[in-house]
Design a protein around this ligand. Sequence first.
Ligand code: SF4
Length: 132
Amino acid sequence: MAKKKTHAVNVNKPNTWVKYRKGLCHSCMGGCCSLPVEARLSDLVRMELVDPFEAEVLAPKKIAKRLLKAGAIQHFNFKDSKFTLAQRANNDCVYLNPQTRLCTIYEKRPDICRNHPRIGPRPGFCAYQEKS
Ligand code: SF4
């Protein structure tokens, strides 16, 4: 009898990802939520990290300075004004519930998360890892 092939997914290697299909997320550890998330200012306003007034009157780099200090972001890209959300030591997004492996701000999550895996490092594929 032929041995069943095992497929080791490495979150950081998109060439090991699996083809996304509907329903896959229900049994997944949330591999995509350990990738760096680049958010726009409008995402941060929806996430209530930035006040709409602050977003209007302050330069993004000033806002980034405050968010870096608060530990809400880990990086600010001056070139395209994108804010990389903070990650835990194990690379999990800070908004991922470590027990349920579900997003704690699902309704307010950044656009990049909404569009994954349609848009991303390997469109149509994701870092599926079965929940243990
Ligand atoms: S914001 Fe939510 S969906 Fe996006 S990476 Fe973090 S936990 Fe995952």
